[in-house]
Design a protein around this ligand. Structure first.
Ligand SMILES: *[C@@H]1O[C@H](CO)[C@@H](O)[C@H](O)[C@H]1NC(C)=O
Ligand SMILES: *[C@@H]1O[C@H](CO)[C@@H](O)[C@H](O)[C@H]1NC(C)=O
Ligand SMILES: *[C@@H]1O[C@H](CO)[C@@H](O)[C@H](O)[C@H]1NC(C)=O
Ligand SMILES: *[C@@H]1O[C@H](CO)[C@@H](O)[C@H](O)[C@H]1NC(C)=O
Ligand SMILES: *[C@@H]1O[C@H](CO)[C@@H](O)[C@H](O)[C@H]1NC(C)=O
Ligand SMILES: *[C@@H]1O[C@H](CO)[C@@H](O)[C@H](O)[C@H]1NC(C)=O
Ligand SMILES: *[C@@H]1O[C@H](CO)[C@@H](O)[C@H](O)[C@H]1NC(C)=O
Ligand SMILES: *[C@@H]1O[C@H](CO)[C@@H](O)[C@H](O)[C@H]1NC(C)=O
Ligand SMILES: *[C@@H]1O[C@H](CO)[C@@H](O)[C@H](O)[C@H]1NC(C)=O
Length: 891
């Protein structure tokens, strides 16, 4: 007996015609949970003193399950009193979930969810011979790490546990060995090479990774030793004297689950890690998954837990990753490196400095090439878009200068190739200096002014030739987005309105170690790279302030209150980036470590209008040794317009920002503190006025307490709408040209009339829906075809009967006026579907109830219900519902 629903994801960026999309449905389970596997949390012995005699909490749990005739297998036990006690179990019958929840001592039961392999946004193997790589010095300078290193603070004596793909500790710059005395001093392989998220882990004590590499890159950001072979370019870990433990939770390919992640987290706690870091995650928008909950509990004990915010920036707001969504974990956003490593060509025949071209690596061209321009007109809009005149000479051996514009680069290059040219330099027309798509051609982009200079010289009859140095031609070009939040960083907040991400660190174009057999060094981008930066920064904090739970518990506040707010643009004076993507700003590690003003709490969460927490209190403490007079000020960030106007669709990234700001007033604007004194500030924050609540605007900003050069801030976040008004199920035709949800018949057509299915071959109904937003409770039930109710979302109205009411939905069975014949699916804390890079939706096909029993022959309708965010689970009006046409089972 198995739940046989299958669920599929389709990747697409365009709007699909129904039949085109539906015929392509791949019937592969895509729910982020593993069917029939659950993690049960139980109360600890100390919580139920009268039951102490009955043995361990685990024994009591199994006893209680056996008494309830629940059939189960134990997969893993967790026993970390004060953090997490429970077991991962496989249920023969998934419907026993509700039954288990009622068992004595059971605190929670959560589905096991999977996490995809960590994939950097960009990845390039590099070698010390490659010129033009960004050193880590620029990231250290922008965050004050260089100043800590200058003081000899390098993380000595601090233990950091990396939960990732393992580490190649044979790398000479990661210590070259494993075990006590080495940099990589310990850890464990929880899974083995062949693990892929579905098969059985084969653990051993050696976390070596020479097949994947991600964890080795992470380890280098923390711990790469100085003195590596990149000549003057230093690749140095942020805390290169820290001790690293590697917990391997991924095999060479495939996924992992929170069953394994929780095990690794608890192992790290047991081994005495001061810091645990995970560059792992999956978008879900909720704080409730097991790995999130356990991460948060660990963080609450004073062990610092840093976790990636996710790389789903293109998908818009309310989409940060778990386990980073864990309430007390530090969820980390990425900023772009301040420099881009580029190459320069040299010029002969005229006097001109080397000309920068947009490529990380030298254009593979030997020798010196005479330059030929396809036009002498430096304003030509369609240079080389048409076949060149027949009078054009044989261009073999030349480098061709072409102006950008009108047609594609490839068209221009094909036209010069017709005259045997194989190398080209294209000059910009004002579109912007960036990487260009040139197919297989040997061509690069240069800046407009350089191209104009060259073209003018050629027009004046000067002979020019160019050389592309194969080494020594590197330049660190100032990145136009340097220091800005990387566009790939996922946007929060969580659906339950937690402050995610918390803080930003450099994560774009980061050079670090890679497994020796895979090339030793790589240039990667992602929040995966920003996360270890904060873990290592935490080690520097512990190294100065001493290891203690008290320091660990204040770390997030120290980092947040001293961070540097990030603009949206370096040049145009636009709004500051929304807090939902930058958190409290770019980490300033030196300032966090040596702050002499402590502001707490550093996160002011105003929640939505229905749960508005207007007056906010925070304290300012002078921990310096002289008196200070502080003034308070407010700097707003752009208000994130999180839903597209006139739609129910979350706006994709980059999320539009408005300048409708909140207003802030204080009970006092100025105050003086003697050393050791504390002052409480009451800030009254009013949401922006006149905004469109149907766009669910998330306003945010910074409140500064400033005394001379000493400046700290609290960061606030609120929603100028009520979350309960956010529609969660898509009932529009926006994406498919047909109103959703739908049942599709065996030919993939929308089922409008009653239809019988045999469940033989393809003759089965397919249920398709989209989550326009997350929901705390989702369920699908089979009901009688004659039921008298109208779903709140139905447009193809089946009848005009009054709507239903029902009791607590978790009880299953019968709702006040709706008789349920059997549940098909129930999921708590379901995230929304993606509509960014890849439009997705959920499909279910089943011929069984949730418990695996075959649905008997007969006539049914499917009733969908989804609770709105912040809705009351016992209140009918807080659910959206939809009733299907009649489905006949004729099996
Ligand atoms: C995982 O590996 C097993 C073999 O060990 C294989 O049967 C299964 O299909 C793999 N799963 C995935 C998702 O690749
Ligand atoms: C350039 O010259 C080197 C050394 O002679 C040779 O190995 C390489 O293949 C040449 N590259 C090209 C693109 O001709
Ligand atoms: C291209 O090169 C070939 C071989 O050298 C030559 O025969 C041909 O004329 C050249 N084409 C043009 C358009 O010059
Ligand atoms: C530059 O070329 C692009 C691509 O053809 C075009 O869209 C743009 O308008 C041009 N810009 C200028 C300033 O000519
Ligand atoms: C550009 O001007 C130079 C110098 O007058 C001339 O030799 C060349 O043929 C011109 N190029 C084109 C494409 O007209
Ligand atoms: C916001 O309010 C909702 C509804 O009361 C609550 O569930 C949620 O925990 C609140 N969020 C925070 C961060 O306090
Ligand atoms: C900054 O603003 C300017 C002017 O509006 C624009 O041209 C530029 O592309 C923007 N830069 C970024 C990184 O968005
Ligand atoms: C479905 O099957 C039932 C029972 O055999 C029958 O009464 C009904 O007419 C069928 N409906 C359709 C639309 O074929
Ligand atoms: C499974 O669920 C259905 C519908 O609630 C119920 O009729 C059936 O008895 C259940 N099967 C088992 C084995 O409990």
């Amino acid at each position: 007996m198995r739940v046989t629903f299958s669920v599929a994801l389709l990747g697409a960026t365009s709007v699909w015609a129904a039949t085109a999309a539906l015929s392509g449905v791949e019937r592969v389970t895509n729910l982020p949970t593993v069917s029939n596997k659950f993690i049960v949390e139980v109360a600890e012995a100390s919580d139920i003193p009268s039951k102490r005699s009955l043995g361990t909490p685990h024994e009591r749990l199994y006893q209680s399950l056996r008494e309830r005739k629940i059939s189960f297998d134990v997969r893993k036990e967790y026993d970390a009193p004060g953090i997490f006690v429970g077991a991962s179990i496989t249920l023969t019958d998934a419907q026993d979930v509700a039954n288990i929840l009622r068992a004595e001592g059971v605190v929670a039961i959560r589905p096991v969810r999977t996490y995809g392999a960590p994939v950097p946004v960009s990845h390039k193997i590099v070698s010390p011979g490659d010129a033009g790589l960004p050193d880590s010095e620029s990231t250290h300078i922008s965050t004050g790490v260089d100043k800590l290193h200058a003081k000899g603070i390098t993380g000595k004596g601090i233990k950091i546990g990396i939960i990732d793909t393992g580490v190649d500790y044979t790398h000479p710059f990661l210590g070259g060995g494993f075990g006590p005395g080495f940099k990589i001093a310990g850890g464990y392989d929880l899974v083995g090479d062949a693990y892929n998220g579905t098969n059985t882990p084969v653990p051993d004590s050696d976390p070596l990774d020479q097949c994947f590499g991600h964890g080795t890159h992470v380890a280098g950001i923390i711990g790469c030793n100085p003195g590596n072979p990149f000549n003057i370019r230093q690749v140095v870990g942020v805390a290169y004297d820290a001790t690293i433990f590697a917990y391997r939770v991924f095999g060479c390919t495939g996924d992992t689950t929170d069953e394994v992640i929780v095990d690794a987290l608890l192992m790290g706690v047991k081994a005495g890690m001061d810091i645990l870091t995970m560059s792992i995650g999956g978008a879900d928008g909720w704080t409730e998954g097991t790995a999130s909950v356990v991460s948060s509990r660990i963080a609450a004990t004073g062990t610092i837990v840093t976790i990636a915010a996710g790389n789903d920036g293109a998908s818009g707001s309310w989409f940060t990753s778990s386990p980073g969504n864990g309430i007390d974990a530090i969820s980390v956003a990425s900023s772009d490196n301040t420099v881009i490593p580029l190459q320069a060509l040299t010029v002969e025949g005229v006097t001109h400095a080397p000309i920068v071209y947009y490529d990380t690596f030298p254009l593979p061209v030997n020798g010196t090439l005479p330059l030929y321009a396809t036009s002498n007109d430096t304003t030509i809009v369609d240079d080389a878009c048409n076949p060149l005149p027949a009078s054009t000479p044989n261009l073999a051996g030349f480098c061709i200068l072409i102006r950008r514009g009108t047609c594609t680069f490839v068209t221009k290059l094909a036209n010069i190739a017709a005259f045997n040219a194989s190398t080209a330099v294209i000059y910009d027309n004002g579109s912007g200096f960036a990487a260009i798509e040139v197919g297989d051609f040997n061509a690069v982009l240069i800046q407009a002014e350089d191209g104009v200079f060259l073209a003018e010289q050629l027009a004046a009859g000067v002979s020019i030739s160019v050389t592309f140095p194969q080494s020594g031609g590197s330049v660190n070009f100032p990145a136009p987005t340097g220091g800005l939040v990387s566009t790939f960083t996922s946007y929060g907040p969580s659906n339950d309105f937690y402050f995610k991400p918390a803080i930003t660190a450099p994560g774009g174009s980061i050079l670090s170690t890679f497994p020796v057999p895979l090339g030793s060094w790589a240039l990667d981008s992602g929040t995966s790279m920003a996360t270890p930066f904060i873990a290592a920064s935490s080690a520097l904090l512990f190294a100065v302030k001493g290891k203690s739970a008290a320091v660990g518990k204040t770390a997030r506040t120290l980092f947040e209150s001293t961070a540097q707010r990030i603009p949206t643009n370096l040049t145009d004076g636009g709004p500051f980036q929304t807090v939902t993507q930058q958190g409290a700003g770019l980490v300033q590690v030196y300032d966090a470590v040596f702050a002499t003003t402590i502001l707490s709490p550093a996160e002011l969460i105003l929640n939505d209008t229905a749960h508005f927490a207007g007056p906010q209190r925070f304290t300012v403490m002078n921990t310096g040794n002289s008196f200070k007079t502080y003034t308070l000020s407010h700097i707003p960030a752009g208000t994130a317009v999180t839903v597209d106007p006139g739609t129910i669709n979350v706006a994709v990234g980059p999320v539009p920002l408005s300048t409708d700001y909140a207003s802030v007033t204080f009970n006092t604007d100025k105050f003086t503190l003697y050393p050791g004194q504390t002052h409480q500030v009451i800030a009254t924050i009013k949401p922006p006025k006149g905004v469109d609540a149907t766009t669910f605007p998330v306003y945010s900003g910074f409140i500064y307490a400033t005394s001379g050069n000493d400046s700290v801030h609290a960061t606030y976040l609120g929603l100028a709408a009520s979350l309960e008004n956010k529609q969660v199920i898509d009932n529009t035709d926006f994406f498919f040209g047909i109103d959703l949800p739908v049942i599709l018949d065996s030919s993939g057509n929308v089922q409008d009339a009653p239809t019988n299915y045999t469940f033989v071959g393809d003759d089965a109904p397919t249920f398709l829906w989209r989550q326009a937003f997350g929901t705390p409770i989702f369920r699908l039930d089979l009901v009688s075809p004659n039921i008298k109710l109208t779903g709140t979302l139905n447009t193809r109205s089946s009848n005009d009967a009054p709507t239903f009411s029902f009791a607590h939905p978790h009880n299953g069975g019968t709702f006040a006026q709706v008789s349920i014949l059997g549940p098909l699916l129930e999921i708590d804390y379901l995230g929304r579907n993606d509509e960014g890079d890849s439009l997705d939706y959920t499909v279910i096909q089943t011929n069984t109830f949730a418990n695996g029993t075959i649905i008997p022959s007969g006539s049914y309708r499917v009733l969908l219900r989804a609770l709105k965010v912040t809705g009351d689970p016992t209140n009918e009006a807080d659910y959206e519902s939809w009733l299907s046409p009649i489905v006949g089972v004729a099996a």
